[in-house]
Design a protein around this ligand. Structure first.
Ligand code: PTJ
Length: 248
């Protein structure tokens, strides 16, 4: 169905369509559609725009990825459907590996995701060859299975739309974790080292821009990023938006 450009919620409807197409093409799992609905709700509450706090988090994330020895972008079904081109661009700019890592693990879906990423120009997609499989300790979900050339040896992992269990396990395993999560109160948001409270569809583009800009400048300056403070302020954005809506 054609979404009229004049529709007040055209952007949101187009993003939804990308998810549905991703589902039809075997990238996204049914639960991913539900997860997106949850995200949409939080996006609405933050005003569907990138806040100052998220811009700060993006800058800190760019710096962390560029300074990392072995950064990895962890890709699930939703991210592959929403930002395939951005995943590859970010990987090329930063030298980060791309690894497919699914909660609802399924070999066919992994292959479909890798195929889309390769079509976008990825030269290597990790997480598909069982001979390189290792396990993250203290994690029961399928996400424990990682690639020994990727997440297993990574120092920094970007895990957009993550579940809390793996974020905690990755932290316990000594990794620095960066996440995109529209819900500033989620366990992932609260556990990660850097949480970008923004829609990946906006945030990934901004992260790429920030990495490009920072690569040309000096990385020595410490940005003194405080994730807890940043999250508190993101919750305040929601609180203020709700107050405005209730005219209280
Ligand atoms: O592809 P798989 O098998 O790895 O499964 C992926 C899903 C997304 C189904 C799985 O990771 C999952 O169940 O995720 P959750 O636990 O529902 O968490 C997703 C988090 O991401 C929630 O806090 C959402 O608010 C948030 N979120 C959803 N859509 C977006 C988002 N954050 C940023 N951008 C979005 N577009």
């Amino acid at each position: 169905m054609l979404i009229p450009r004049s529709h007040p919620r055209a952007t949101s409807l187009h993003i939804r369509e990308r998810l549905v197409n991703g589902y039809k093409n075997g990238l996204v799992v049914e639960e991913g559609l539900l997860a997106h609905g949850r995200g949409e709700m939080f996006d609405y509450l933050i005003g569907e725009k990138t806040s100052k706090m998220s811009h700060d988090a993006i800058k800190a994330a760019a710096r962390m990825i560029l300074l990392a020895k072995h950064p990895v972008i962890s890709v699930n079904g939703n991210l592959a459907a929403l930002c395939p081109k951005e995943i590859v661009t970010l990987s090329k700019i930063t030298g980060a590996e791309i690894e497919v890592n699914l909660f609802y693990a399924n070999e066919k879906r992994k292959k479909a995701i890798a195929q889309v990423l390769k079509k976008m120009g990825a030269t290597q997609v990790l997480g598909l060859d069982a001979k390189f499989s290792q396990e993250i300790p203290r994690l029961d979900s399928s996400r424990r299975v990682v690639d020994e050339r990727g997440i297993f040896i990574a120092d920094v992992v970007l895990v957009p739309l993550e579940d809390g269990d793996r974020t905690i396990a990755l932290k316990k395993f000594g990794k620095k974790v960066i996440t995109f999560d529209l819900n500033p109160m989620s366990r992932t948001a609260q556990t990660a080292d850097i949480t970008i409270v923004d829609n990946v569809t906006r945030g990934m583009t901004l992260l790429i821009k920030s990495c490009k800009k920072m690569k040309q400048a000096s990385l020595k300056k410490d940005l003194k990023f405080d994730n807890k403070k940043n999250l508190d302020q993101s919750v305040l954005v929601i609180k203020n938006n709700l107050r405005r809506m209730s005219h209280a």
